[in-house]
Design a protein around this ligand. Structure first.
Ligand SMILES: Nc1ncnc2c1ncn2[C@@H]1O[C@H](COP(=O)(O)OP(=O)(O)OP(=O)(O)O)[C@@H](O)[C@H]1O
Length: 266
């Protein structure tokens, strides 16, 4: 543990079972996913607390998308100990908008009731697109399209928001703006969030807890308690540490299979 830097390895926090924990919104126990002879997710345990913001880092092929698809209910989990909320939404790297429907109808897709247009409009205003309600998706920039995808996810008030490399295709400036937007939406709605990313800086900027996945196992976790506005001060050291885990070293005994859930940091 390095208190000065404000982050702790979870193994140091794991013993304090007298602290009451809220019911997790996600709970996986010994979750394994195989494709043919290949074990892609290998006996994974994971709890996600309500409102917690988790970043999932891992090299290509480590199983990140497979795990996200499981949490999204898009993959086979029969016979496995997997609990996820019904109320969940996913944003992918490409916004996946229907080009023949105007923006507000993309957000409203699948909503029921008489206030559908109002709800869609409110969500689009929240992501800064109140002026593009009737625009066609193909006229949007990449950043705008991802804003629509976020509005479409949030209008459903999900308990679990899954983000699969949502900003990877955006330029750096737009990406930073999207980080601010995601954090403000998260503060306003408080879903639990799991973001899959290759970008260590993104993980540090956004998350309460960073998980590193390697060959289908969580090989490291860091809880970040430093307020988000002050994270540039810690990002150098923490980046090096997370990169060392991504480098595929054998971490032996320090590895913690799952973390006790805890209150999310502001
Ligand atoms: N439907 C499938 N059938 C067979 N193999 C699969 C299937 N889906 C994923 N895999 C394999 O599982 C492994 C992990 O894939 P996954 O997409 O979860 O990795 P990832 O960490 O998200 O990678 P990336 O960062 O490149 O997206 C890969 O070797 C992939 O080929």
């Amino acid at each position: 543990m390095d208190a000065r830097l404000g982050f702790t390895a979870l193994q140091s926090a794991a013993g304090h079972s007298d602290i009451p924990h809220p019911e997790p919104v996600v709970r996986l126990r010994d979750f394994t996913r195989r494709f043919g002879p290949n074990t892609i997710i290998d006996g994974l345990d994971l709890d996600i607390a309500p409102g917690e913001f988790i970043a999932l880092l891992g090299r290509s092929g480590s199983g990140k998308t497979t795990l996200l698809r499981t949490l999204a209910g898009l993959d086979e989990v029969r016979g496995q100990d997997v609990e996820v909320p019904d109320s969940r939404a996913v944003v992918f790297q490409d916004a996946r908008l229907l080009p023949w429907k105007p923006v507000w109808k993309n957000v409203a897709l699948g909503l029921k009731g008489d206030r559908v247009r109002d709800r869609s409009e409110a969500a689009l205003k929240e992501v800064g697109l109140g002026h593009r309600l009737d625009a066609w998706p193909l006229t949007l920039s990449g950043g705008e399209a991802q804003r629509v995808a976020l509005a479409r996810a949030l209008v459903r008030e999900p308990k679990l928001l899954l983000l699969d490399e949502p900003f990877a295709a955006l330029d750096a400036l737009t990406r930073y703006r999207m980080h601010d937007l995601v954090l403000s939406l998260w503060r306003a709605h408080r879903p639990a969030v799991l973001i899959v990313t290759h970008d260590v800086e993104e993980a540090i900027a956004l998350a309460d807890r960073v998980l590193v996945l390697d060959k289908g196992r969580i090989v490291a976790q860091e809880r970040i308690t430093v307020p988000r506005g002050e994270r540039s001060a810690i990002s150098g050291r923490l980046r090096e540490k997370l990169l060392s885990y991504l480098g595929g070293e054998d971490h032996g005994e320090g590895v913690v299979p799952f973390a006790p859930i805890a209150e999310a940091a502001e």
